[in-house]
Write a protein that binds this ligand. Structure first.
Ligand code: APR
Ligand code: PHB
Length: 398
């Protein structure tokens, strides 16, 4: 098989990239190791920055998002049994965010790709990227045989460029020699226990709560489905928590002095997400480009993961179009540096939000007071609050 751009991974990064290239008349092949149902059901954060919304619309992938997504003009910070609302448009000159789950973004992009885009192969697992430094990099992959007997075959995809959109656990990053790369990493000694519940959200905007017992987040998937999270110790198994315990703990952490009530409902899904910050530099090696989680991870507290992936693939698609139109590789050469500037800003923000709101095991009373002072500062200083609002709604794409 031959193509211009070989894309490994059909998460938001790979799927959107395929769409952007298709719109620009550049052919691609997407290889995805899992099946379609798995990709469409995987729960992740669902906050789209203004820039991401604009990109999806411009790519012709925003129709259902505009119908079903929920525009949010603020979030609530909750601490010390008090509530403080951060008003995004007022602080950022009119910007807001869209609550539209990553599962839905993926479903929309998959449907478009299968209808009018290039090949999107499920259950096709990339094994290795070869000859990344050459003019003709290759992806070796394994796929299900046509006879349906469960046997696996191997294939080779020859490309002009390979984009590794295969997430943190993928193979693309491994093709960058260790001697030329550097990884920056931080793990946190806690994770999030996330639930989906069939109950209307108890608040019309997201609530980020800091509590002595740990962080809690109220989010939503639709007007009838709530998404809630609890900070739990590292290594927690979701099965250790029964439904009654989860609701009781959420109630404790969200409690306010003004009698706010949390609505309970049947829990339909439970899982634990670990928390880490990770950046791989550079994001390019020869004709191999890394995008999204393959190159960087943020803790979910600022909901930046998907938005960063969008920034990467927009940067790559523009650079490739520029190359085709002008013959100049200048933007392709600048890919890693351009992306990393944005990535480190998101790392900074996600780290700040994480340390602002979570209670680290063994935190001292001094640190507890400092956290409250930081929250107090955001609640009482317009410039501190603006800093949060600008980062949350996202910097405009170049
Ligand atoms: N071959 C083919 N596909 C692979 C391979 C491989 N060897 N390894 C992983 N994949 C696939 C995974 O199954 C997954 O579907 O790559 C995809 C990577 O998708 P994500 O993990 O969602 O990564 P990305 O697209 O970068 O997502 C960006 O959006 O949903 C959020 O939290 C998510 O922060 C992330 C962001
Ligand atoms: C979510 O809805 O899953 C979500 C929202 C905001 C976050 C993280 C996750 O910061």
């Amino acid at each position: 098989m031959r193509t211009t751009v070989g894309i490994i991974g059909a998460g938001p990064a790979g799927l959107l990239l395929a769409r952007l290239l298709h719109n620009a008349g550049i052919d691609s092949v997407v290889l995805e190791s899992r099946d379609r149902a798995y990709v469409e059901r995987r729960q992740r954060a669902g906050i789209l920055e203004q820039g991401t919304v604009d990109v999806l619309r411009a790519a012709g992938a925003g129709e259902r998002m505009d119908r079903e997504g929920l525009r949010h003009d603020g979030v609530e910070l909750r601490f010390d049994r008090r509530r403080h609302r951060v008003d995004f448009p007022a602080l950022t000159g009119g910007r807001s965010v869209m609550v539209y789950a990553q599962t839905e973004v993926c479903k929309d992009l998959i449907a478009l790709q299968l209808k009018e885009g290039g090949p999107l192969l499920f259950e096709a697992e990339a094994l290795a990227v070869e000859d990344a430094e050459s003019e003709r990099p290759r992806v070796r992959f394994r796929y299900a045989g046509a006879d349906g007997d469960g046997s696996r075959r191997e294939g080779v995809l020859e490309c002009d460029y390979v984009v590794g959109c295969d997430g943190y656990w993928g193979v693309a990053r491994k093709a960058v020699p260790a001697s030329l790369s550097r990884a920056f990493e931080r793990t946190y000694p806690f994770g999030w226990l996330g639930i989906l519940a069939d109950v209307p959200p108890s608040h019309d905007e997201l609530v980020y709560a800091r509590h002595d017992r740990g962080f809690a987040l109220l989010s939503m998937r639709s007007p009838s489905v709530s998404r809630l999270y609890l900070q739990v110790p590292d290594g927690t198994d979701a099965g250790e928590w029964d439904d009654e315990e989860i609701w009781a703990e959420l109630e404790r952490r969200f409690e306010t002095a003004d009698g706010w009530r949390l609505r309970r409902g049947p829990i339909t899904q439970k899982s634990v997400t670990p928390m880490r910050s990770f950046v791989h530099e550079p994001m390019r090696h020869g004709r191999l480009f890394l995008a999204g989680d393959a190159a960087h991870i943020v803790p979910p507290t600022g909901a930046k993961g998907l938005n960063l992936a969008v920034g990467d693939v927009v940067t790559f698609a523009r650079a490739l179009v520029h190359r085709r139109e002008t013959g100049s590789a200048r933007l392709l050469d600048a890919y890693s540096e351009s992306c990393l500037r944005r990535v480190w800003q998101a790392e900074r923000f996600s780290y700040d939000m994480t340390t602002l709101l979570h209670r680290a095991p063994g935190a001292t009373p001094f640190e507890d007071r400092l956290q409250l002072a930081r929250l107090e500062r955001i609640a009482s200083s317009r410039s501190a609050e603006t800093d949060l609002a600008e980062a949350y709604t996202g910097l405009p794409f170049q």
